[in-house]
Design a protein. Sequence first.
Length: 61
Amino acid sequence: MALLSFNRAADYLDAAREMADSGRPTLARLLAEEAADRTGDPGEAARILDSFPGRSFRQES
């Protein structure tokens, strides 16, 4: 079994796409939010979130 590691925004974005393709939109949105957080460019972060519509389920502390 291969161990996956999530170190880059692209890793989270790939996983978000996979979840969206498999009918898991909520998980896809959460992964996309993490990808956006790890992106240094605010414009790119906005594009990522626009690609995965829906409300955020994150709890802010």
